[in-house]
Structures are given as C-alpha cells and as structure tokens.
Write a protein that binds this ligand. Sequence first.
Ligand code: URA
Length: 204
Amino acid sequence: PLQKAVDDAPEGSLTALRRQARDCRACELWKPATQTVFGEGPAHARVVVIGEQPGDQEDLAGKPFVGPAGKLFDKALGEAGIERDQLYVTNTVKHFRFEPRGKVRLHKRASAEQQAACRPWLAAEIDRIQPAALVCLGAMAAQAVFGASFRLMAQRGAWIDLPDGRRAMATVHPSYLLRVPDPDEREQAYAQFVRDLTLMREAL
Ligand code: URA
C-alpha cells in the first residue's frame, strides 16, 4: 500500500513536506484538530517508527508520542538500549480524531478513508528519509506497511523484507500495553515489547 502511495506523494524536502502538511485538507480531520502532527527526527534516520495517530497531548504539542503512550515508548526504548533521537518517529494518520465528551476529547480511531487520505504523507516521509528499516507500532501502522492481511499478533517481532529492499517489523502499540488489565500479563506484554524493540538495534 505504501509503494502505491509514493506515486501520490508530495514533492520537496522533508522540511517542505512538513510545511505543506500543515495545510492538508485531504480529509476532514484538520478542522476540529489543533494542528497537523508531522513526524520528527533526523532527516536521514536509519529507522522510521510509525505509530497510529496523534492523541490529545500530541494534538496540543504538535509532536508525536509525547503523551502517556509516548512516555511508555521512551521507557521501553531506554530498556532496549536505543535513543529516541536516533529515530524518525511519525504516525499513519497525522491529525487527532476525537469525540467531544464534556471537557474531554475521547480518542476515536481514524476511518479507513482517513487513513488512506493520509498515506501519501507517510509514503513521502519514507521516500525522503530513505531509512534501512521501518518499525510499526500497532495494527494500523502494520497494515499501512504490509497490507490489510497482516496479522499483528501472529507476525509481530520479526523482520520482514519489503519489495523495495527495506525491512520492516511490527510490534504492539504502547497504548495497548497501558490497557492490559491484569498486572502480570501487562508486565509480560511489556517485556515482549522491549524484546521486539531490541531488534531495532540491528538496523541502527
Ligand atoms: N499514539 C500514536 O499512535 N501516536 C502518537 O503520536 C501518540 C499516541
């Protein structure tokens, strides 16, 4: 799916892309959102990490993975011996989607159409950065990279060669870890997440 989106990808440097993405109107999510949350990190990072979509805090800060899921991601990266500033971190969808509920804004998953509308940005980021490897956090990112038939829990934690010569790996999303109800299971799931992330070191 990403391969195809490259054809529709905007031109220009990564900096130019970021600027253009501020005014994106390819879907309707821009309207209620505060701002576009574009990717962040070295322009020639070896690894691009792809999340799902910004949450409340990312929407306000304009930066990916700064809220609770981002904090857990940072902690797990540390335990895997990886520095976040080596990575280019971005999302499949670049606007926060939410439902207002009184004073809070409840996270709502972006639709398939919204994901597809945003795909050229992700394809362009990867095209400009030319990383050796992609790491997908969660099923939305994994399906953007590998296609809709990808099954996260069966295929996570292993490198898969992509047709473009890169390799890619998927693992769970950190916000999933925050929601595992049983503490022992949560701890095990977190340990497996750290093991998956450790594989990234081979690509750095
Ligand atoms: N979850 C994501 O997938 N991305 C973010 O940037 C924050 C939370």
